[in-house]
Design a protein around this ligand. Structure first.
Ligand SMILES: [Zn+2]
Length: 168
């Protein structure tokens, strides 16, 4: 289990700090239900920035691989992840100010949290970046078809065999 890492986000950005690390995907609890396997890692690099207007940012780079489940064939889908996010810290703002600013501007705005949980932030960014229904490229689904599994190439035969099993 990875330790939760907490930063003072405004101070982190102001001081141009950087933080890098590696997280076991198995530790990202909210991701578990969409993974087909959890034995991978993601690397991250978080860096604090201030632009010429004095606006504070966190730049986040996440790189790794996830094993998702293809929604067409239910097979394993190797999903390379490379995310680069620029997150603006809402000036003196909490959740509501951040949401309002997020509507107004192009940048993603997050609360300027003095006790920001880094792992949760990374998990959130990954969740936002994932496709709602991940699929292999057209024609690339590799799992054996239902009919092959039942040892017949006749669709109705396979269905009948399946029904027979269910009623036993
Ligand atoms: Zn597939």
């Amino acid at each position: 289990m990875s330790e939760q890492i907490v930063i003072d986000a405004p101070a982190f950005a102001r001081d141009a700090k950087t933080l890098r690390g590696k997280i076991a995907v198995a530790d990202l609890r909210r991701l578990q239900e969409i993974l087909s396997a959890a034995g991978t890692f993601v690397d991250y690099l978080l860096s604090g920035k201030t632009d010429s207007h004095g606006t504070l940012f966190l730049h986040l780079v996440i790189e790794g691989r996830l094993q998702l489940q293809c929604q067409r064939c239910l097979g394993n889908l190797d999903f390379p992840l490379l995310l680069k996010s620029a997150l603006e810290l809402a000036p003196g703002g909490g959740e509501l100010e951040a949401m309002a600013a997020d509507e107004r501007e192009d940048a993603d705005v997050i609360p300027a949290d003095k006790g920001m949980a880094v792992i949760s932030l990374i998990e959130e960014e990954i969740l936002l970046a994932l496709p709602i229904a991940p699929r292999h490229a057209p024609g690339a689904c590799g799992a054996p078809s239902t009919f092959a599994l039942h040892g017949t190439d006749h669709p109705m035969g396979a269905l009948a065999a399946l029904k027979g099993k269910l009623t036993k």
